[in-house]
Design a protein around this ligand. Structure first.
Ligand SMILES: [Zn+2]
Length: 142
């Protein structure tokens, strides 16, 4: 077996090949193997390289992962990279449903024009998602 640098799938700390538990966060390495594809993609949302996070976001959209929606909600609160947020808007459009639509609606008023435009596009792609509706009225008023 070729010895490769390994990373904790939970916190991306560099680990040794024989580490069963991450020295940084205590993640049980064997637990990673028992995660499904969607679970592994959810962990990849914390990858230190933005391009990899974007890829995970896109793949979660492709598999229409409902459990990605709350994870995206957390990222939207903290993330400032407009390309990450754009990927999330399009992934949410693919996932669909009311929680996804409500999240995209929050991005319609984002300071970044890249994010705003992609959110409007994404809302058009979600059935029943009218961008004008979300731009002017808060969800509680509808
Ligand atoms: Zn870790």
């Amino acid at each position: 077996m070729v010895s490769l640098t390994q990373y904790c799938p939970n916190c991306w700390f560099e680990t040794g090949p024989d580490d069963r538990v991450c020295p940084s966060c205590g993640f049980l390495m064997a637990a990673f193997d028992s995660l499904g594809y969607g679970g592994k993609l959810l962990l990849a949302l914390k990858h230190p390289i933005p391009e990899n996070r974007i890829l995970a976001i896109q793949l979660l959209g492709e598999i229409k992962s409902g459990s990605a929606v709350p994870a995206f909600a957390t990222i939207i609160e903290e993330e400032e990279d407009p390309y990450i947020l754009r990927a999330i808007a399009y992934a949410l459009a693919r996932i669909g449903g009311d929680p996804a639509r409500a999240l995209v609606a929050r991005l319609v008023s984002h300071p970044s024009v890249i994010v705003r435009h992609s959110a409007v596009d994404a809302l058009r792609a979600i059935p029943g998602g009218d961008p004008e509706d979300h731009e002017w009225r808060a969800p509680s008023e509808r």
